[in-house]
Design a protein around this ligand. Structure first.
Ligand code: ADP
Length: 448
């Protein structure tokens, strides 16, 4: 597992290596260029002398002429020139003749003497045919000591920089470790019932504050979910309590009046059957809600017109007097969806329109949007309607207008929450508009 401290050190080393490359490599090449350029300077001076000695006016080399030539040589820094002519030494600035001069081999190419001098010893001929020994010595000590100092200064600066970086890195590392430890401690101790993320006056980096905020939001979300779950269990228990109470009461009646009151017996059995059916429906709906699979819903080509006609047929079998008008403005109306889930949606909505529609005709329409991306299904009834303040609540689980349970066998308040969950899976949308005591329209938008 990677450690932040190690990673930080690595990054500092990368940066320092980069600094090293950026500064030292060009410096090295500049030094190298100057070093070889100084060699070039010796050759140029030698060429100059050769040219001077070959001139007619210098056929007979007198000491005066030699000094004249010396004066004409272009100035080159740290270059000493010695000439041995007719057993006499001449120097440019009357400088001392070094001891090693005569030991230098003649007509040799340039050599480096102890790495501090370039020297050249060449024998030339004067116009009279006499030997002229020329010694050119370039002192590199100034150049060397300049670069020695430069590299030394850079080296020292680099070492100081490394030390400084290590110090800064350690200081920075130490500054956020307590914050990380705090977050870890809090993460270990928080649970759904205790959400104590107080920072105890500790100053946090904004990144860590964001983590703490995320923790807080996560716990709040989990708390909300847990409350929803608790509510759900309470609602289910409440829904089951009433039929169980009724079943128990009728069972007692049957037990008591089994032989004496046949009429009561029939009435009790009918009530029992109705309650059991009611419970079965509730359990079916609950199971359906828990089984809706958000990930693994397969999609296929669904003819929405055919699907709506199927639903109308099923519903009118149980409600033969109910009039349902259906108009589809696109035929065939194929969408990429799931037949079973889509049918459940349409059935629940049309079912409600019939249940709460005061036996008036129900009108269903299918239209397509201008971009041909969505189809819109509207189901309109002219029934009891929904008050405006109740409109946002009707999609909540177990929400029934008026709150009374299974009033006239009308439902458990789960149908619309099932519709909502299915449409989440199918990428669909639902909206509702209503005029209380007059009409209600549900609009469903489905992707094509
Ligand atoms: P239920 O099974 O009770 O019908 P739903 O979730 O389908 O549950 O509906 C929730 C509530 O919304 C219903 O109890 C009903 O009061 C109201 N509702 C749904 N559809 C309509 C409608 N077409 N007209 C009037 N009220 C409706």
């Amino acid at each position: 597992m990677k450690k932040i401290s190690t990673e930080l050190t690595k990054n500092y080393i990368y940066i320092l290596s980069l600094v090293l490359v950026i500064f030292f490599i060009p410096l090295y090449y500049i030094a190298k260029y100057q070093y070889s350029y100084s060699r070039q300077e010796i050759y140029s001076s030698l060429k100059f002398l050769e040219r001077e000695f070959s001139e007619e006016e210098n056929r007979v080399l007198t000491p005066e002429k030699l000094y004249d030539i010396f004066n004409e040589i272009p100035e080159v820094g740290d270059l000493s020139i010695y000439i041995l002519h007719k057993d006499k030494f001449f120097t440019k600035n009357n400088s001392d003749i070094p001891d090693f001069l005569l030991t230098l081999p003649s007509n040799r190419k340039i050599k480096l003497f102890k790495n501090q001098y370039w020297f050249l010893h060449k024998t030339l001929k004067s116009g009279e045919g006499k030997n002229i020994e020329v010694f050119l010595i370039k002192d590199l000590n100034t150049l060397f000591s300049f670069y020695e100092q430069l590299f030394g200064a850079f080296g020292t600066a680099l070492i100081l920089l490394i030390c400084l970086c290590i110090y800064i890195m350690k200081k920075f590392y130490k500054s956020f470790i307590p914050q990380l430890e705090f977050i870890q401690k809090k993460a270990d101790s928080i649970n759904l019932n205790s959400l104590d993320l107080k920072t105890e006056n500790m100053e946090f980096y904004s990144e860590f504050t964001s983590i703490l905020i995320s923790y807080e939001n996560m716990i709040k979300r989990l708390q909300k979910q847990s409350e929803i779950q608790k509510d759900f269990v309470n609602n289910v228990s409440h829904e089951l309590k009433t039929p169980i109470f009724i079943i128990k009461s009728y069972s007692k009646l049957i037990k008591k009046y089994f032989n004496s009151d046949k009429e009561l017996l029939v009435e009790s059995v009918e009530a029992l059957t109705s309650e059991v059916n009611n419970m079965e429906k509730l359990i079916e709906k609950l199971l359906f809600l828990s089984r809706i699979d958000y990930q693994n819903t397969t999609k296929e080509e669904v003819d929405l017109t055919e699907l709506v006609e199927d639903v109308i047929q099923e519903i009118t079998i149980f409600n033969p007097k109910q009039i349902v008008n259906f108009k589809s403005y696109i035929t065939p109306c194929t969408i990429n969806s799931n037949w079973v889930l889509c049918k459940q949606v349409v059935r629940n909505i049309v079912d409600n329109a019939v249940k709460y529609g005061n036996n008036n005709p129900v009108n269903i329409e299918i239209i397509e949007d201008n971009n041909h991306e969505f189809v819109t299904l509207t189901v309109k009834d002219s029934g009891v309607g929904i008050k405006e303040e109740e409109l946002p609540l009707i999609f909540d689980k177990f929400y029934r207008i008026g709150g009374s349970r299974s009033e006239e066998g009308k439902g458990h308040g789960l149908g619309l929450s099932i519709v909502k969950s299915i449409l989440d899976v199918l990428d669909g949308k639902i909206s509702v508009s209503s005029i209380y005591n007059q009409e209600t329209t549900f609009t469903i938008k489905l992707k094509k």
